[in-house]
Design a protein around this ligand. Structure first.
Ligand SMILES: [Ca+2]
Ligand SMILES: [Ca+2]
Ligand SMILES: [Ca+2]
Length: 357
């Protein structure tokens, strides 16, 4: 279903640098206070979705909104003194207020893929269905995303307890150093930034045309860059490749929840690198849930070395396109049986599964 592809249109206005979301279907298209974060194993993993907002009224997302327990709602005061008044579930960086009404359907799909609850009727389940979502709005459908909002949202996510930041967006005007400090801030506090490589009418090499924020590795590997593979593990023609991509994940025929006003069926099959990125964020959430003390560098390294290793046409990339890969990422204790080359998984982890229809 790669008909209404992409879309990397640049929407320019005078004052803001616009970015576009990286999806195919529909429209085109991250607490640390002053101290290091301490990660308690029992904590729910918070995944910040920096996007168009999330429809938490959707059945698989209704229990998924991160709650800022330090903030008293609706009293007009910034009770937790984090700089944001009445920020109960996140923040709208476009309108600079607490209104988290969705600006499109994109963020809902991402949140569902990352952390949606199981729907026993149709088999849908997010990759890390015990994680919660912090919705930070920086993008609007048919408008794009604001660079300053993305940077502020990264700081917000880190300062307010997120462990994973999903950035299914990319700056079509190329590489910008503006993101470096925020990404370094997250990395030093072990918040994993997962970023998209993008789509284009014909996929291009990020090695030749670097893009932000995926390529803002700051001289280290600070961003988990995600490429796209299809259900056969092959890079779709529209998927960007090379350079800043660390791993690839399935980004075609992805079954995802959508807002009711978008589709009465509440689900859609979608294509796009955005969804591959969300898939990878879910895997990261499952990994840090299981091993909370992992450093960001160790998370990225784990995924890189434990992905299935098939290279396909995606330069520098390994694929995370199947359950096997997720289990390897979360449970690295694999054993090679003598006489075979296929590692045997010693334990299954049923908690993480993405059913793709
Ligand atoms: Ca506040
Ligand atoms: Ca308040
Ligand atoms: Ca990287």
């Amino acid at each position: 279903m790669i008909n209404n592809h992409q879309i990397l249109k640049v929407l320019k206005t005078a004052l803001v640098i616009r970015l576009v979301l990286l999806l195919l279907s529909g429209n085109a298209l991250l607490l640390q206070t002053a101290h290091a974060q301490v990660f308690v194993p029992e904590q729910q993993v918070i995944v910040a979705v920096i996007d168009e907002g999330v429809d938490f009224s959707h059945p698989v997302l209704k229990n998924k909104a991160w709650q800022n327990l330090k903030e008293i709602p609706e009293n007009g005061l910034d009770d937790d003194r984090n700089g944001y008044i009445d920020d109960i579930n996140g923040w709208n960086f476009l309108d600079k207020n607490k209104n988290l009404s969705i600006q499109g359907s994109h963020g809902t799909k991402l949140a569902g893929i990352i952390a949606g609850e199981k729907n026993s009727k149709n088999g849908f389940e997010g990759v890390s269905s015990d994680a919660v979502i912090m919705s930070l709005i920086v993008c609007r459908q048919n408008y794009g995303c604001e660079q300053s909002g993305i940077i502020q949202a990264i700081y917000y996510a880190v300062d307010n307890g997120a462990r994973v930041i999903n950035l299914s967006l990319g700056d079509t005007s190329g590489y910008k150093k503006d993101y470096d400090q925020a990404i370094l801030y997250a990395y030093e506090r072990n918040v994993v930034i997962v970023a998209s490589s993008g789509n284009s009418p014909v996929g291009y090499s990020l090695a030749e045309e670097p893009m932000s924020p995926i390529c803002n590795d700051n001289g280290k590997n600070m961003v988990l860059g995600v490429g796209t593979v299809d259900e056969k593990g092959v890079r779709p023609s529209w998927a960007n490749f090379g350079g800043c991509i660390d791993i690839s994940a399935k980004g075609t025929k992805v079954f995802a929840p959508v807002p009711r006003q978008h589709s009465a069926s509440l689900y859609e099959e979608v294509d796009g690198n955005s969804y591959a990125t969300a898939y990878a964020s879910g895997v990261v959430a499952a990994l840090v849930k299981k091993e909370p003390k992992l450093l960001a560098s160790q998370v990225i390294s784990r995924l890189h070395t434990n992905a299935t290793g098939k290279n396909f046409t995606v330069s520098l990339s390994r694929t995370l396109s199947d359950q096997y890969a997720i289990e390897r990422a979360v449970k690295p204790q694999v054993k090679v049986i003598p006489g075979t080359t296929k590692p045997k998984i010693l334990a299954q982890n049923k908690a993480i599964k993405l059913v793709i229809r």
